[in-house]
Design a protein around this ligand. Structure first.
Ligand code: AMP
Length: 434
């Protein structure tokens, strides 16, 4: 056994190993194609932002800001935070670059790493990746439905079946305060039956009690008043339209009247998409019966809150690690290795130098080649070529270099021909065709 190194990946963080890269690549390609089709433009924002941006946008009393943010003071004295989510940074960029003055809607997408100091467990990391999309300047429920449909289509393209879409409306600044009061009255009367965290949430962020996974809190929740019964006319109509659009699109949704999501800025629509598969080892005690893959919603007040003008907006984020883990478990990842067509064998120093340049000519001609510059014996190199299953091997020895030639060997028959070095790519092309 190899000796364990003193240094390991920091707790909750992970390496993405070569064998997992095909899955990440597949998701990136599928997403890029889909985003292009639906008219989204890519944006990339810095890994760090002003910590205050998240306090203002994500919300000072959310778990993300309160407990999970990696904040640090720079040598210049600025308080920055590693981004724990994408939306605030993209909303900042939307104003900073005057996108607010362009024809709306503005449809943006991004993907990359995020950082949250969470308790690590299966499917929950401290550094993880999301695919994220945001639409600014569109208030119609049609766009909420379209975003849900895009998330569903993306997962379906990645061969996920049995997806469950949970939707709810959490109202807006008109109707939510009344609902909050009704909810707090209900919860106060049952305070003794809540967990310690929820007793605290009752004061700071009562809606989050509905989110608690503790069994006793869920029991209290099961009889709690529901936001959908307290929506104002505008929110009610918006929600009704959303459900009609989802019906029309034949999407497998389910209304979860207690879905609230962990962030402060949501208004009206909130949704999550689950797989009925789990990333947790089945023998684990508190194994959840399903995995949340996508979460999102509408946030019509956030941009104004950041100091800009009022702009309706909606978006979602998908957890890439969780998608990868389920793809791996379901065996839906195909090896993404490029199959070489030619093996380039070289004997000695001078041929090695020449073959580096020759390899570049093949790359430009889009003919995938393999070599093993570390090996010197022809036998070892031919054995390697055989193993790779290439139809042709090019052999470059000292004599060939001096004569400006190269040998082409047909691997099935062992037949060899000498051709001019400058014509190597053309000669190979012809033989691969024939
Ligand atoms: P959120 O940004 O919290 O709304 O999460 C959106 C999606 O990102 C979730 O449904 C998960 O798939 C994924 N996700 C959130 N937090 C983590 C984490 N700590 N580790 C891995 N994936 C995560």
């Amino acid at each position: 056994m190899t000796k364990k190194l003193k240094f390991q990946t920091p707790r909750g963080m992970h390496d993405i190993l070569p064998e997992d890269q095909p899955a990440y690549l597949k998701i990136a390609k599928t997403a890029e194609e889909m985003m292009g089709f639906y008219g989204f433009q890519r944006i990339d924002t810095p890994l760090v932002e002003d910590a205050e941006l998240y306090e203002k946008a994500t919300g000072a009393s959310t778990d993300i800001v309160e407990k999970q943010m990696y904040t640090f003071k720079t040598k210049g004295g600025d308080m920055l935070a590693l981004r724990p989510e994408f939306t605030p940074g993209i909303a900042r960029a939307y104003f900073e670059h005057g996108m607010v003055d362009r024809p709306q809607p503005i449809k943006l997408w991004t993907s990359g790493p995020l950082f949250r100091h969470e308790s690590p467990q299966a499917g929950r990391y401290r550094q993880f990746h999301q695919l994220d999309l945001e639409v600014f300047g569109e208030e119609s429920a049609a766009i909420d439905a379209q975003l849900i449909q895009i998330a569903h289509a993306l997962l379906s393209d990645l061969k996920f079946s049995h997806l469950i879409i949970e939707v709810n409306s959490i109202g807006d600044s008109q109707c939510r305060p009344y609902y909050k009061k009704t909810l707090v009255n209900y919860l106060r009367a049952r305070q003794q039956s809540l967990c310690a965290d929820c007793k605290r949430r009752l004061r700071a962020n009562p809606l989050r009690v509905l989110d608690c996974k503790e069994e006793k809190c869920q029991r209290v929740r099961s009889q709690a008043p529901q936001m959908v019964d307290h929506l104002c006319e505008e929110c009610k109509n918006h929600f009704k339209q959303l459900l009609e659009f989802l019906d029309e699109a034949d999407l497998p949704y389910h209304l979860d009247p207690y879905l609230v999501r962990g962030l402060d800025y949501y208004t009206k629509t909130v949704f999550e998409i689950f797989s009925d598969k789990t990333v947790k080892a089945p023998e684990a005690e508190d194994a959840p019966s399903r995995t949340a893959l996508v979460g999102g919603g509408r946030y019509d007040n956030l941009l104004k809150q950041l100091g800009g003008k009022e702009v309706p907006a909606v978006g979602w984020a998908a957890g890439i690690e969780r998608i990868v883990e389920l793809m791996k478990a379901g065996g839906v990842i195909s090896e993404h290795q490029v199959q070489p067509k030619v093996f380039l064998a070289q004997l000695g120093d001078l041929p090695k130098k020449k073959s580096i340049k020759l390899a570049e000519e093949f790359r430009k001609a889009k003919i995938p080649i393999a070599d093993s510059l570390g090996r010197d014996s022809l036998r070892a190199q031919l054995a390697r070529a055989d193993k790779l299953g290439v139809p042709l091997t090019l052999i470059l020895g000292q004599r060939e270099v001096l004569d400006n030639t190269i040998v082409i060997r047909k691997m099935d028959t062992g037949e060899q021909e000498t051709v001019a070095l400058g014509r190597a790519v053309e000669e190979v092309k012809q033989r691969l065709k024939g």
